[in-house]
Ligand binder design. Structure first.
Ligand code: 5GP
Length: 126
């Protein structure tokens, strides 16, 4: 079954300019903006401009230029927010949730970049 993209999702509306966002970085194929409910001092969402539901959808179907652009945007966001390691930052966590088991709230692929404090272990035991 093909990936079903809902163009009424909130990030699609952000990309169309229908609702505001606090943009951190915009590139040819990607947009990075502040999460509306930050879980850490740095909490930026990086999204592709293309209509991809999830990481696996993006990785499977995006063009090489979209994939390169997205990953370079992630690196630039890490640098801009000071969480990158080569500049003396203390690091970050990159998370992407997918589908129901991944508890994905917004069905447009996004990578959370979290940092600015000690984040603790990745997962709690269920
Ligand atoms: P998910 O659970 O899908 O991985 O994460 C969705 C994220 O989107 C959440 O962290 C949530 O706070 C954020 N979010 C939801 N609606 C909006 C919005 O309208 N604007 C922004 N900037 N972030 C949003």
């Amino acid at each position: 079954m093909p990936y079903a993209y809902d163009d009424q999702n909130i990030f699609a509306k952000i990309l169309r300019g229908e609702i505001p966002n606090k943009t951190v970085l915009e590139t040819e194929h990607s947009l990075a903006f502040e999460d509306i409910e930050p879980q850490a001092p740095v909490h930026v969402l990086v999204i592709p401009k293309g209509a991809y539901v999830s990481y696996d959808h993006f990785a499977r179907e995006a063009s090489d230029s979209e994939i390169v652009d997205f990953n370079r945007a992630v690196a630039e966001v890490c640098r801009m927010t000071g969480v990158h390691l080569d500049g003396g930052g203390h690091g970050f966590r990159a998370i992407t949730n997918a589908g129901t088991h991944g508890v994905q709230e917004v069905p447009h692929y996004h990578l959370h970049i979290l940092g600015g404090r000690q984040l603790g272990r990745m997962l709690q035991r269920a």
